[in-house]
Design a protein around this ligand. Structure first.
Ligand SMILES: Cc1cc2nc3c(=O)[nH]c(=O)nc-3n(C[C@H](O)[C@H](O)[C@H](O)COP(=O)(O)O)c2cc1C
Length: 199
């Protein structure tokens, strides 16, 4: 388990981040540091409070059931070897899934959108269907996509505040990304990608 540094960055006013948010697809080949990555993950799904002992997160979730998991395809982050990592929310830590340079595979899985391979890190948001289905039945399928959108918007705004560029990506081959991050595509499947890169 790789413990992430405490997220303590203080950035630009929220209103400036909203005004500046844009999808950015060209990045410099400059490393991201682990503090920046920690901040992005915290914005995406960090623990921000508690209700009756239950941890609550930075993005809302139907019934506080949190069906979305985050995997990272790390291409260029200081002190973090390239590879696939799983974000362990409760520990604010990363667990290595497999190491290696997967920039080519994520680009190919993403219909050859080049920014996926050039990004410092690509967030893969996957959904664990049963977590939400147990309570919300047929309605749960829409909740999963809505929740991924909330998380992606947090990543967009945090990236702006950190002076980084980012773009959310819906066009990719599910099976290829599922295989890459190590989920089965049945109980859990990728639903959204979000690339982040240096400017
Ligand atoms: C659901 C969704 C899927 C998207 N998929 C892609 C994509 O596959 N590739 C891409 O380059 N941009 C993608 N985008 C980004 C849009 O192209 C972008 O938001 C739009 O052009 C508006 O530009 P802006 O984000 O800079 O305001 C996606 C955005 C959303 C909301």
């Amino acid at each position: 388990m790789i413990k992430l540094p405490e997220p303590k960055y203080v950035g630009m006013p929220f209103e400036d981040a909203i005004k500046k948010r844009r999808s950015v697809r060209n990045y410099l080949q400059k490393a991201l540091n682990i503090d920046q990555l920690s901040q992005l993950l915290f914005a995406a799904q960090g623990i921000t409070g508690k209700l009756f002992g239950q941890p609550l997160r930075s993005a809302p979730s139907a019934g506080a059931l949190y069906p979305i998991e985050i995997y990272l395809i790390v291409n260029n982050v200081t002190d973090l070897p390239p590879g696939i990592y799983h974000y362990i929310v409760i520990e604010h830590a990363l667990k290595l899934v497999k190491s290696g340079d997967f920039s080519g595979e994520i680009t190919s899985a993403g219909l050859h959108q080049k920014m996926l391979g050039k990004a410092n890190v690509v967030f893969a948001l996957s959904a664990v269907f049963d977590r939400t289905r147990r309570k919300y039945g047929g309605r749960s399928s829409r909740y999963l996509y809505i929740e991924a959108g909330h998380i992606s918007q947090n990543i967009y705004l945090q990236a702006v505040s950190l002076g980084l560029g980012s773009v959310s990506v819906g066009a990719f081959q599910d099976e290829k990304v599922n295989r890459l991050i190590g989920v089965d595509g049945k109980k859990e499947t990728v639903i959204y990608l979000h690339a982040v890169g240096a400017l």
